[in-house]
Design a binder for this molecule. Structure first.
Ligand SMILES: Cc1cc2nc3c(=O)[nH]c(=O)nc-3n(C[C@H](O)[C@H](O)[C@H](O)COP(=O)(O)O)c2cc1C
Length: 382
């Protein structure tokens, strides 16, 4: 019998993921001044021990004002990048491809950590020493009521931010990252340019679809020469805004074709977020695999690899998506928080790795004996 596709490797450019499971980027809101710390090391190492194909570090800001909150990670200088390197080495030692999501929050910056309210910074935050900062965006349109009005970006700002993303990709390469994902989803800066809801510009970065895509496409053009040809480049998009008059799936297909032409390897198909409510697409009432149809349509119509994400709960569900050619990779977020060994546990449920050979050897040897012991106990009791 063939092994489940979920547990077959996938080679993208010169990088091979041992299986099709990717731990999706998840902000930890736990950095101080953008610095990677022990919490981040423990958190990402824990995911690597579960042996997914890849682990993508959270949205990491290319400049301080590009952070979402005061707790967001930054990679805007060499020292901050170097602080991330130990976990890159650890992930590789565990056989997980290390990746990082590069982001800029734009008008959705300067907000509270989720557990402080997820809204614009206020006097309670100021009392904690967390002052608001000036946010930027394509147009002076706030993300929602009570949110900061962004300063409209000049052409110099646009060129500067694009340059910062390329610099960040260069740093990611230098510290050994093997996968970069550009964050163009969830209402952050790149999506603010894409969506007519947030982009009201009348210059060549606004108006037509072609103009609204320009910022992201120029970003990719700046990143590709810096990020090695042999290393995969992913772009996460919000496949739809989910609001009347917003970004639609047909726009995503056009964008994906353009990104493919610029040597992007995978479109990570999320949705929503281009409004104040909820920093990620995970809020609200959604059913299992609710975003899979986006990954499927973009894959089929743009002829590019896609990653499905959003309420993918078990291996059987993931396998159906892969077997039916609806996506090439499966990303999980909250399931991984709940069970960092999700890849290993799903493998066993699907009849793979029954002797724990793919677990870290420090664990596998014991778990195999534990399982044998439990079987004997069960037999004796029967
Ligand atoms: C704690 C947390 C932090 C997140 N941070 C990010 C992020 O940094 N970048 C991003 O693109 N999505 C982020 N997301 C969204 C997830 O990557 C994922 O798309 C979403 O949770 C849906 O997948 P799930 O149903 O498997 O959780 C975050 C989600 C959670 C739960």
């Amino acid at each position: 019998m063939n092994p489940p596709k979920l547990f077959t490797p996938l080679t993208i450019k010169n990088v091979t993921l041992a299986n099709r499971i990717v731990i999706a980027p998840m902000c930890q809101y736990s950095a101080q001044d953008g610095w990677f710390n022990d919490w981040h090391f423990a958190n990402y190492s824990k995911y690597a021990l579960g042996k997914p194909g890849a682990v993508i570090l959270e949205a990491t800001a290319v400049e301080a004002i590009g952070r979402i909150t005061h707790g967001c990670l930054g990679i805007w200088d060499d020292a901050r990048a170097d602080a991330i390197k130990p976990v890159v080495d650890f992930m590789k030692a565990q056989g997980a491809v290390p990746g990082i999501q590069l982001g800029h929050a734009g008008r959705k910056g300067s907000i509270q950590r989720p557990w402080h309210g997820n809204a614009a910074l206020d006097e309670t935050d100021a009392a904690r020493g967390e002052l608001p900062w000036e946010v930027i965006g394509p147009s002076p349109v706030p993300a929602g009521e009570g949110w900061l009005v962004p300063r409209e970006m000049s052409h110099a700002d646009i060129a500067r931010v694009i340059g910062l993303v390329a610099d960040a990709a260069g740093r990611a390469d230098r510290i050994g990252m093997e996968l970069v994902e550009l964050h163009a989803a969830h209402g952050y800066l790149a999506q603010q340019f894409l969506s007519p809801l947030s982009n009201k510009r009348t210059d060549n970065y606004g108006g037509s679809l072609e103009n609204r895509m320009r910022f992201l496409l120029e970003m990719v053009e700046a990143v590709r020469p810096v990020w090695p040809d042999g290393k995969p480049l992913f772009v996460r998009i919000s496949s739809v805004d989910g609001f009347e008059g917003g970004w639609e799936i047909a726009d995503s297909v056009v964008l994906a074709r353009e990104l493919k032409a610029l040597d992007v390897d995978v479109i990570d198909c999320s949705s929503g977020g281009n409004a104040a409510a909820g920093a990620t697409a995970s809020s609200g009432q959604r059913g299992p695999g609710f975003q899979v149809p986006y990954a499927e349509q973009i894959k089929r119509e743009a002829g590019i690899m896609t990653m499905a994400v959003g309420l993918i709960l078990d291996g059987e569900q993931a396998e159906e998506i892969l077997q039916n050619g609806r996506a090439d990779l499966i990303a999980i977020a909250r399931e991984a928080i709940h069970d960092p060994f999700w890849p290993r546990h799903q493998a066993q449920k699907m009849g793979v790795d029954l002797d724990f050979a793919h677990w870290p050897e420090q664990y596998g040897w014991w778990l195999d004996r534990r399982a044998q012991g439990l079987r004997q106990l069960a037999k004796a009791g029967a």
